[in-house]
Design a protein around this ligand. Structure first.
Ligand code: ISL
Length: 549
């Protein structure tokens, strides 16, 4: 079970309003108490923070805002002493434009670092269009007057793409990975790793990828050669885990990354689940009106489970630092439904096959902050999408309304520790506004309440540790056509359990399918009561994990 910590928002120790490593060290006992065993930290490396650390200017140093290498060593030791594994973020599709490599590269066409990046000389004409995720104009090519050439940046202008065709660059990356492994870290989460290989003739975007350029970016010609090389040169030399951020990866491609026989990576997390309920192909991440379809949701997770049924290993997540809060997005964050729905989502995450990636703060049932003003947003994605839309004369009111549900900053507001000033996160001015609901929703209050969302999460992690059937058992979807209930069984040898999730804010009856016989009291129930019978009378957002005979 992986628990994701967004260090910027976890705990500030020095009053500058930004979370840091010493803050995190002070919270290790809390993390240990959750019952998880792997901690993934978002980037903690030297960075000017154009994209909160996803723009790295020094891969072997700690971000000044976060502390020092000594702090990191202490953190790693503290985690290991508690039996927690540490996974860092590997961001190597691009660096910062403030990285020494890029400073050299842009200085002249003959500089030894020139080929560390992708340059298109202006005398060859304007390069073929590539879409950028974060550029104000949407253009992934930026003109640099010093050498009269364009450089490629799939993300912001301050995130130039590294040239993986260059063996020297690749060796730099592997050597940097070994540096961190030698320090004792336990693995990497690999940022947009499917994008690293490019056809450097940069042909026009093939028609099949129009409107879906992420798919094109994920299908570079040498991608799997590079991943196999990375495995040989770095990963295979250590006892570590690797997980790809599977941007642009489809069900058809997935096993190419994680089939153990191919010796590439261990896991991948897909984006299809996150796409449920979004307007397809909409670059502003607009959401479809009303609720998402549970039928689509079930279809996606069932299909992805089947991909890894014979080989490879799956993952499951409902939120992270690029997504809104799971309770707002997939549950119902109105006061009366917030607790049951977030407990239900926790139940889902911890009873599916594959490794759960659980986003810090979700164990409290934190919710979207729903900013009303563009000035409240700190995220480059939202700010630049707004500027781009404004330039196009688009509907900004509609955009801001959609961002209240989808913007990344919703998932980045500081962790709510207690009801004191600034939620106990900082004594200074927080870098991003703290959700005012911290007075009610906070860890200290939930510690005291045996029925809190936090304590439910602990029960769920303990249950998963105790019953291997929840980890490895075969998954079988039941009642596939039911638009309100998600039910499935997990089976391993003689162990069989039934998971029933009422994904609605109403009471629902659900008839136990023929052939299933309950085998005792629920292992997990997000309400105090449960009446066994041929029909289960489910309360709003009720979640049940029931042993079967
Ligand atoms: O490609 C996408 C969808 O198919 C995008 O959503 C993209 O994958 C996503 O924005 C990538 O996210 C990661 O890399 C970004 C960084 O801003 C995010 O925080 C990180 O998770 C650039 O490094």
């Amino acid at each position: 079970m992986v628990y994701q910590v967004y260090p910027r928002s976890y705990q500030d120790s020095n009053g500058d309003g930004v979370g840091d490593l010493r803050g995190l060290i002070s919270r290790l006992d809390y993390i240990k108490s959750l019952g998880v065993n792997v901690i993934w930290l978002n980037p903690i490396f030297g960075s000017p923070n154009d994209d909160n650390g996803y723009d790295i200017s020094d891969y072997r140093a700690i971000m000044k805002d976060f502390g020092t290498m000594q702090d990191f060593d202490e953190l790693l030791k503290g985690m290991h002493q508690r039996g927690l594994k540490v996974v860092l973020d590997l961001v190597v599709n691009h660096s910062s434009d403030e990285h020494e490599w890029f400073k050299q590269s842009r200085s002249s066409r003959t500089n030894p670092y020139r080929d560390y990046y992708h340059w298109w000389p202006a005398e060859k004409g304007t390069p073929n269009k590539r879409q950028s995720f974060f550029d104000v104009k949407g253009d992934a090519w930026a003109y640099d007057p010093t050498t009269k050439a364009y450089y490629l940046h799939y993300f912001s202008r301050k995130q130039p793409d590294l040239n993986w065709e260059n063996p020297k660059l690749r060796e730099e990356i592997y050597s940097m990975m070994r540096f961190w492994f030698d320090k004792g870290i336990d693995g990497f989460r690999m940022d947009v790793i499917p994008f690293i290989s490019k056809d450097t003739t940069f042909p026009p975007l093939p028609a099949q990828y129009h409107g879906d350029f992420g798919r094109y970016y994920a299908n570079g010609p040498h991608l799997h050669e590079y991943l196999q090389e990375m495995n040989r040169e770095a990963l295979s030399k250590y006892d570590v885990m690797s997980v790809a951020e599977g941007a642009g990866v489809t069900q058809a491609d997935a096993l190419q990354f994680v089939d153990p026989a191919r010796k590439e990576l261990n896991m991948l997390y897909h984006f299809e689940g996150m796409g449920v309920g979004l307007v397809p192909g909409n670059k502003y991440r607009m959401r479809t009106p009303g609720r998402y379809s549970l039928l689509d949701f079930k279809r996606v997770y069932t299909k992805w489970d089947s991909i890894f049924a014979r080989t490879g290993w799956g993952t499951v997540y409902l939120g992270n630092h690029d997504q809104p809060r799971m309770t707002t997005r997939w549950g119902d964050d109105r006061p009366e439904f917030r607790a049951p729905s977030s407990k239900l989502l926790t139940t889902f995450l911890l009873t599916m096959r594959g490794t759960p990636y659980y986003y810090g703060g979700d164990e409290l049932g934190m919710t979207n902050i729903r900013f009303t003003n563009i000035k409240d947003y700190q995220d480059i994605e939202t700010r630049n999408m707004y500027a781009q839309l404004k330039g196009e004369g688009g509907d900004l009111t509609k955009f801001l309304a959609a961002q209240q549900l989808t913007a990344r900053d919703n998932g980045r507001t500081p962790f709510q520790w207690d009801a004191t000033a600034n939620a106990g996160f900082t004594t200074g001015k927080p870098w991003l506004t703290i959700n005012p609901n911290y007075a009610q929703i906070n860890a200290a209050a939930e510690e005291k309440d045996p029925n809190s969302i936090l304590n439910y999460f602990r029960k769920a992690t303990a249950l998963r540790r105790q019953h291997k059937v929840l980890v490895y058992g075969q998954y079988q979807l039941l009642d596939a056509a039911n638009p309100n209930i998600y039910a499935y069984t997990r089976t391993q040898g003689n162990d069989k359990v039934l998971v029933v999730l009422n994904f609605t804010s109403e009471k629902r009856d659900w008839a136990l399918p023929a052939g299933l016989t309950l085998g005792g009291a629920p292992w997990l129930n997000n309400y105090p009561t449960f009446a066994a019978g041929a029909t289960l009378a489910l309360l709003p957002w009720q979640a049940l994990v029931l042993p079967l005979r």
